[in-house]
Design a binder for this molecule. Structure first.
Ligand code: G6P
Length: 608
């Protein structure tokens, strides 16, 4: 993770660098730093903690200079201290890095044996030390850069300053994304186009193995062997996505309430609302010729994929293998050439998901990507891109991206069913009509359940453990509910298939343990109610999230019952996501945590 940015400017850059870092803070926020060159000397300011601390420091001790690089960190090697914060300096070389230098320990030992002394615990410092050593050996900066890149292995996006090159930033990419931006007499570098959005919308993405030299006039890009290469310049749409919290306390709250609107956009792309059919031109994968689907993702996106698995199997009769990407990539899965692979990622940059994608590509599979960021690496490397159209999601805990992913997966599963002849046109019409109703029902639910969720959250904030249960598509939703709660409130929570209750988690149940049961009145309802009986019999406190039919049918005493409208099974996961999101949100607010930037997490995880 980590965010990096650089400016070769025609005026002072420190303030603009910090401004760009703010838009990259979703990538990490445990420390930050800026370096500039002034009168042939490198200078830096660094601070532990949120960017605010760096801003305070810069306010007290401003940093001059028309060229600079900056970094916001998510620690991998070395604690999140000021000493370990980037930029790292060694003898006139400054480096910021996103990724992991995998052979750092071997290089470090070698450099120490040759007399170097290290001042940080980071893997990144070896980059600065190697460059400084090559310069001492008499290499020009460009040669030093290329030699260093041939020595290091692993994942990196790098930006480098040399104190004696006051007009130049060098950059390199192997793994994590890096975008070059074009200004008027200025050049920019950033981990994504949103970071650069106020400065320019003309962007070139470096591809893996590229490195680049930026000066005020432009950029020269080289491949790993040092050959000059051309990469396309494109107009980024990121500027349209500049965001603020509006009237909301947190981005997460704003994003929860945006869901009806963004889902309408997504549906508009996939659904023909006049004919009540799926837009076949939005499908882009020939599902009729596919025999199975390999589905892979991380975190919340993976849980959306698990819901999708139920749908593809039910409506398209398509067998689905669903895996977390960190396992998928190393599992040596025997993949049939007639399989398609589907990757789900909000950011489109998650390292494990990208590696799984490349594995499937090497195996010759057709690749589809359900992504939010259309300019992302995962989108660029896929054969078919299915945008979720959620707009920028800033809160680290995913909400609107999750329900947009679900909506797109539902549309794809119905479309696949249509292509494979496993659902009739009447059934397609019926399902699409339900999808089309979703934004209206979501608005209604959001307008009514908030006070109840808030008072329930007050109770939940006093607990140390919470169990979520569900069957069918409500099972992945139970896991998502637990994930959301633990991510932002730090309360321990687990999501279980309700049928598994008796195989372990039932041992945890006592009068202190709230059990949140997600149970629309669907095919599994009676069975879930039996599991609730088992909880009640052991004194467990039940929070029952159901619909009107479910509430009428269940005679059980609960700590609280949240009643949602009766909806069709195809949209229940999206509608039932709303109470679990609000419950986690309000619990975190009561706990006083940093809702949008919870501890230890980052929104985009570009390391393994
Ligand atoms: C991180 C984020 C999660 C997200 C996961 C996958 O863990 O904190 O919210 O679900 O990465 O990210 P992606 O961008 O691939 O959906």
């Amino acid at each position: 993770m980590c965010g990096i940015v650089g400016i070769v400017g025609d005026r002072p850059v420190a303030e603009r660098l910090v401004d760009a870092l703010k838009r990259l803070e979703y990538r990490g926020y445990d420390s930050a730093g800026v370096a500039t060159i002034r009168d042939g000397k490198l200078e830096r300011r660094r601070a532990e903690g949120k960017l605010f601390n760096l801003e305070t420091k810069l306010h007290a001790e401003p940093l001059a200079g028309d060229i600079g690089i900056a970094h916001t960190r998510w620690a991998t090697h070395g604690a999140p201290t000021e000493t370990n914060a980037h930029p790292h300096f060694t003898d006139g070389v400054a480096v910021v890095h996103n990724g992991i230098i995998e052979n750092f320990s071997e290089i470090k030992d070698e450099l120490i044996a040759a007399g170097a002394s290290f001042s940080t615990q980071t893997d990144t410092e070896v980059v600065a030390q190697l460059l400084a050593r090559y310069r001492r050996d008499g290499m020009e900066p460009r040669q030093a850069m290329q030699t260093m890149l041939q020595r290091v292995t692993g994942a990196y996006a790098l930006a480098v300053l040399f104190h004696d090159l006051p007009d130049t930033i060098m950059a390199a990419r192997s793994g994590p994304p890096l975008a070059v931006g074009y200004g008027k007499g200025e050049m920019f570098l950033g981990s994504d186009a949103i970071a650069l959005a106020p400065f320019t919308n003309e962007i070139t993405y470096l591809i893996d193995g590229d490195w680049a030299i930026l000066d005020r006039k432009g950029v020269a890009i080289f491949d790993h062997d040092g050959n000059r290469v051309e990469r396309p310049k494109q107009v980024s749409v990121a500027a349209a996505y500049m965001v603020d919290k509006g009237n909301h306390r947190h981005f997460m709250e704003k994003e929860i309430y945006q869901q009806p609107e963004v889902i309408s956009h997504a549906l508009g792309h996939y659904v023909d609302l006049i004919e009540n059919r799926i837009n076949t031109n939005a499908l882009a994968i020939d599902f009729a010729s596919v025999q199975s689907l390999a589905l892979s993702a991380c975190g919340t996106a993976y849980l959306a994929g698990l819901v999708g698995k139920y749908w593809f199997e039910r409506y398209a009769r398509l067998p689905v293998e669903a895996d977390v990407a960190s396992e998928f990539r190393y599992r040596d899965i025997p993949l049939s050439k007639n399989a398609a692979a589907l990757f789900i990622s909000q950011s489109g940059e998650t390292a494990d998901t990208l590696a799984s994608l490349r594995y499937c590509k090497d195996e010759g599979l057709k690749i589809g990507a359900v992504v939010n960021v259309r300019e992302s690496t995962i989108a660029r490397e896929s054969d078919a891109v299915f945008p979720i159209m959620a707009g920028p999601e800033i809160g680290v805990a995913s909400t609107k991206a999750f329900t947009c992913q679900l909506s797109v997966l539902a549309a794809l599963a119905i479309g696949a069913g249509r292509a494979r002849g496993t659902i009739s046109q009447l059934e397609e019409n019926r399902l699409v009509r339900h999808l089309a109703e979703m934004p209206r029902i979501m608005s209604k639910v959001l307008n009514t359940i908030q006070p109840k969720m808030e008072s329930l959250a007050r109770e939940l904030s006093k607990c140390s453990d919470v169990l979520y249960l569900g069957r069918g598509t409500s099972f992945p939703l139970a896991m998502e509910g637990a994930l959301k709660l633990k991510e932002i409130s730090y309360i321990h929570a687990e999501g279980y298939a309700a049928g598994e209750l008796k195989h372990g988690p039932i041992a945890l149940i006592d009068e202190n343990m709230p059990v949140i049961v997600i149970a629309p009145h669907d095919r599994f309802f009676e069975k879930t109610v039996s599991n609730m009986q088992e909880v009640a019999a052991r004194g467990g406190r039940i929070i029952f999230i159901t619909d009107e039919k479910g509430a009428a049918a269940s005679k059980l005493e609960t700590m609280s019952t949240i009643v949602l409208p009766n909806v069709d099974e195809i949209i229940a996961p999206m509608i039932f996501s709303l109470p679990i999101q609000l419950l986690a949100y309000h619990t975190a607010v009561f706990m006083g945590t940093d809702v949008d930037q919870p501890r230890n997490l980052a929104k985009s995880v570009t390391v393994e």
